[in-house]
Design a protein around this ligand. Sequence first.
Ligand code: NAX
Length: 325
Amino acid sequence: MRIAVTGAAGQIAYSLLFRLAHGDFLGPDQPIALHLLDLPASEGALQGVKMELDDSVFPLLKEVVLGSRAEEVFGGVHYAFLVGAKPRGPGMERKDLLADNGKIFVEQGKALNTCASKDVRVLVVGNPCNTNCLIALHHAPNLSPHQFHAMTRLDQNRAVFQLAQKARVDVADVSHVAIWGNHSSTQVPDFVHAKIHSREALEAISDHRWLESEFVSLIQKRGAQVIAARGKSSAASAANAAIDAMRSLVVPTPHGQWFSSGVYSANNPYGIDEDLVFSFPCSSQGRGDYAIVGGLEMNSFLKEKIDLTQKELIEERDLVRGLLR
Ligand code: NAX
């Protein structure tokens, strides 16, 4: 299996690549090739990463391809982790970041469209990941929009941890945590449908004020909290979430459960605008497919918050209108 990783000389990739090569995504019996893309300016660093991959003598890693041209690096890939993006610089407005990074995803969407395996699965991690993903899928008319995802799994994982800690249970006892909308500070971490030991989280945690205010804001701002503490953005936990997110597509979702992913919103069962990449609860049969989980009742608290995150995504789309085809 050929796996592309962009931003391969960056900090998330420095964790992700070694986990992939170890077999954490496709398991201990699946040999892989890694196709690594970064900017020409990072060529030296990319060579260094390859040396370390070589020196790790991973039995499953059969080939490492390096390059700075998407249409060369994406040749025949079955999975693509699109991590590389420009960080927000000092004084840079959100719309400047959207425009700059958007261009990257025009080019990469086109390259996937023509060069990747026709059943490639794509996970966009580079921010703003929902709108970048929307741009990429717009430029890949030969692929289905259902082959594209934006990563909100780190937000889900962060929410699971906070609920487990509050309820004093193991993380494995928390399930059904959905993230709705944008991977940004307007995202909606859903405690209403979450379960703890198969009971409603709202029953297991009596402090509803904490759920509605502190919990929601903690998850929305967790990324900033990590930056403040570490001086750098989340990297190992982001790599771990990227593996969780792609694995959710190749391992059947346990009956009645779900995982969160930013997916194309056409024909969604919640009345969300039809041309966005929006995070929904999803389930998969494990063949690279997914379906949005329908039928969840929305209370007024969730409705109001989901409206806000939808509005932000529509604004982002308006800002990159010129990059959509
Ligand atoms: P780094 O700055 O460490 O690495 C980014 C790498 O991407 C660099 O090596 C850079 O040269 C490369 N790059 C830039 N433009 C490129 C292009 N056109 N083609 C190929 N490579 C290119 O950032 P890192 O910490 O690894 O984060 C990467 C991205 O993930 C950022 O956009 C970041 O905001 C985003 N994140 C997304 C998260 C999510 O949950 N969706 C969480 C973690 C992270 O914040």
